[in-house]
Design a protein around this ligand. Structure first.
Ligand code: UTP
Length: 298
């Protein structure tokens, strides 16, 4: 029996410390996680997704330039009082809800040494518990094409509870784009769930792992990580000893590949769609989807 409990996990970690170089110059002064989609920042949707999937304790990993993320999730009593005395109760209620929807924790990543290093900053918060990892610059739409229900996280939690190991959201990626992603190989067990056998960060097309469908046939396209993960705490043991890899960063994928060998690993096909807002085109797409959804509800 492993040290981890196999209750439904309640801790979620959101790395948001990166420089955001794909979105300069705006990210020199405004964190990409705080760029607006509709009337709220991207990271608000990511937190809502975690809360919808039952995560009550949320750690956001920031850097020294990102204190506005702490401000966003903190109460501002003076502003709330001002709104209420002006009769703007729904606005005040919403500000209160944002700050009280979860127990928020924050930690700084001292140097931006990559996603693996960012996740390492969560070790004291996580302890021995399993935890979800949500990239804070990526929105996930559910089955219904809207953000908010946490379908993807729920699938990861189910796989974790069923197989008692880590799981990761995956999505199909065309062969010519495979070199830009963390790529997985393995075999499909049943619709939407895959037993993983290998993982490679940003492989060249000839080193990309193959995925077999449930009939044993190789998919013509690859499968890549899709910004949502569910880890056992054992990941930290591998992260601590992982040497800088591609781009001289501590690569989460390298530690995950070792965890796979020791514990096994499952992939869950993203039920909806991934929107990477780390670049202008992704942010614009997210904005249009949210505004369209809003106007159809108005
Ligand atoms: P990215 O690789 O997309 O973020 O990491 P980045 O490094 O900011 O982006 P570019 O490539 O320079 O434009 C995905 C998530 O991990 C966080 C980022 O903030 C983002 O939410 N991250 C990345 C960290 O917290 N620390 C890091 O050292 C790197």
């Amino acid at each position: 029996m492993r040290a981890e409990s196999f209750h439904r996990p309640v801790k979620a970690v959101l790395p948001a410390a990166g420089f955001g170089t794909r979105f300069l110059p705006i990210t020199k002064a405004v964190p990409k996680e705080m760029l607006p989609v509709g009337d709220r920042p991207v990271i608000d949707y990511v937190v809502q997704e975690a809360v919808a999937a039952g995560f009550t304790d949320i750690l956001i990993i920031v850097s020294r330039e990102k204190n506005c993320i702490l401000d966003y999730f903190d109460r501002n009593h003076e502003l709330e009082r001002r709104l209420r005395s002006a009769g703007k109760h729904s606005e005040a209620d919403e500000l209160e809800r944002i700050a009280s929807q979860a127990n928020f924790h924050f930690v700084r990543q001292p140097e931006m040494k990559g996603l693996g290093d960012a996740v390492l900053q969560a070790q004291a918060f996580v302890g021995k518990d399993p935890f979800a990892l949500l990239l804070a610059d990526t929105m996930i739409l559910d089955n219904n094409g809207r953000p908010g229900k946490g379908d993807s996280l729920n699938a990861l939690v189910s796989a974790h509870l069923e197989h008692r190991c880590s799981s990761v959201a995956i999505e199909p990626v065309a062969a010519e784009r495979i070199h830009r992603y963390g790529v997985v190989g393995g075999r499909e067990l049943h619709s939407g769930q895959f037993e993983l056998k290998s993982m490679v960060e940003k492989p060249q097309p000839d080193e990309a792992p193959t995925m077999l469908d449930s009939g044993g046939q190789a998919y013509s396209h690859g499968f890549a990580f899709a910004a949502r993960y569910l880890f056992t705490a054992r990941i930290f043991d591998f992260l601590r000893t992982t040497q800088p890899g591609k781009n001289n960063e501590i690569q989460l994928t390298d530690a995950m590949a070792q965890l796979l060998v020791e514990e096994g690993f499952y992939g869950c096909r993203l039920p909806g769609k991934r929107l990477d807002i780390g670049n202008a085109a992704g942010l614009l797409e997210a904005h249009e989807i949210i505004l369209k959804g809003k106007s159809s509800h108005d």
